[in-house]
Design a binder for this molecule. Structure first.
Ligand code: PLP
Length: 435
């Protein structure tokens, strides 16, 4: 059949029109069949988290006026102020800062750290090496304007071999100078396991028992709404993340958030805008509706992305590839890694993800030298919001072990198509044998 005129009414037919062969489609169906229980559990979590968000919106009496734009200083921006209450009520924190002026997740984390640390203080990471971009914020890699340049020192405690917290080492590392303890929930692009909210809660309780006045900050990127609890439910003083990941629900065009204690959020606000001004200024321009609506959709969008991750893990695991996390493991974030062991695997996978995109599906991604990377990198993204990684996206460095990292999918239906298209590309090149 020809692309362009679609008369098929069966799913297999329309997938075939879209370029998925019956063998690949049927292998996908068999895999999906085995995931029914897992998917039901994902849906239940989404149903629970949906209620959390709706409850917070109703409690704060959100109305159409909240979507009105503000300009200039943005004084008395009701939409902005109440959105921050909605975030605070959802994360069960005293306050929150949710702003389009926060450029990305790294910026949100930098604002949280710079706002709450003072010269002479020490930052302690207890989940090992932090996300790449934070190395320059902290000054692990020397950088202009880093915390190190302001006389804020840094120390890190590695996770144990099995990915759990090293409690004796944490106790050792806490000194009178320690002020903020940082924990990264998601593995990011490392191979360690992602931390569950429960494990993070245990670590926070331990830290607070060592010294009650320590500030515990959790990098919550990619973790929001994956579980019913958030780290702030188990004692985190700040949770920090990006709105072009889970909590933006795919609709927020920019932004970041910090939810936490009144004092931590106030300190962060004085850093984001200016001492004395804090949360009082910062016009929301015209983004409020997308922030509210995106947050409303975030629990189900996250569920779609999670199902995609589960589907891909199980599909590729059956084909003999190492997948992280494993197909039957619990999930604490939306990232899935697949180790191909050969470069064509990474390349064809990314080509498939791109070919399945709603935007820019006709372009072909190629490996390329990128600043900050020591090998060529290939990236696939056909997104409504540039760089958005809650939308279906994949990337991988062209070097051993030839692993691709993929995440997102605004709907499960689209994630499924993207993953099957990735497999189709590998299948057409003869790189996989279907069982
Ligand atoms: C995405 C991410 C960040 C922030 O990245 P940005 O690209 O600046 O939004 C920080 N930490 C983790 C674990 C992340 O996944």
């Amino acid at each position: 059949m020809e692309k362009g005129r679609v008369f098929a009414t069966g799913l297999e037919d329309i997938y075939r029109i879209m370029g998925i062969s019956p063998e690949v489609y049927r292998f996908g169906c068999r895999t999906e069949e085995k995931l029914k229980e897992r998917f039901a559990a994902v849906d239940e979590t989404a149903a629970y988290n949906q209620m959390k968000v709706v409850h917070a919106m109703q409690k704060n009496r959100i109305s159409a006026e909240h979507f009105n734009p503000s300009s200039g200083y943005g004084y008395n921006d009701q939409g902005r102020d109440d959105l921050e209450r909605v975030y605070a009520d959802t994360f069960h924190t005293e306050d929150a800062l949710v702003r389009p002026q926060i450029a990305c997740g790294t910026h949100a984390l930098a604002v949280a750290l710079f706002g709450n640390l003072r010269p002479g203080d020490e930052l302690l990471s207890i989940s090992g090496k932090p996300y790449d971009t934070l190395e320059e914020v902290i000054g692990i890699r020397p950088s202009k304007g880093s915390l190190a340049e302001y006389g804020i020192t840094y120390r890190q405690v590695e996770l144990k071999e099995d990915g759990s917290f090293d409690f004796p080492a944490i106790r050792e590392a806490i000194t009178p100078k320690t002020r903020v303890v940082a924990i990264q929930r998601s593995k990011g692009y490392l191979t360690r396991p992602t931390l569950s909210v429960e494990a993070i809660g245990e670590a926070i309780a331990f830290v607070k028992a060592c010294r009650a006045d320590l500030i515990c900050m959790v990098d919550n990127c990619y973790g929001e709404f994956v579980q019913r609890l958030e780290p702030s439910d188990l004692g985190a003083d700040m949770v920090v993340g990006s709105l072009i990941k889970n909590p933006g629900g795919g609709l927020a065009p920019i932004g970041g958030y910090i939810a936490g204690t009144r004092e931590c959020v106030e300190n962060a606000a004085y850093r984001l805008t200016s001492p004395g001004l804090g949360k009082e200024v910062g016009a929301s321009l015209n983004v409020m509706q997308s922030f509210y609506q995106g947050f409303f959709l975030a629990p189900t969008v996250t569920a779609g992305a999670l199902k995609g991750a589960l589907f891909a893990a199980n599909l590729y695991e059956q084909l003999g590839f190492k997948v992280i996390p494993g197909g039957s493991e619990e999930r604490y974030d939306i990232i899935q890694a697949i180790e191909f062991g050969f470069p064509e695997g990474v390349i064809e996978f990314c080509k498939g993800i791109q070919a399945a995109a709603p935007v820019d599906s006709y372009v072909t991604p190629e490996p390329w030298a990128m600043p900050g990377y020591d090998s060529d990198v290939i990236m696939a993204a056909g997104a409504f919001v540039q760089g958005s990684s809650i939308e279906l996206s994949a990337d991988g460095p062209i070097k051993p072990p030839y692993a691709v990292y993929f995440q997102g999918g605004l709907t499960w239906e689209h994630a499924r198509f993207g993953i099957l298209m990735s497999l189709q590309k590998l299948y057409e090149k003869g790189l996989v044998k279907l069982p």
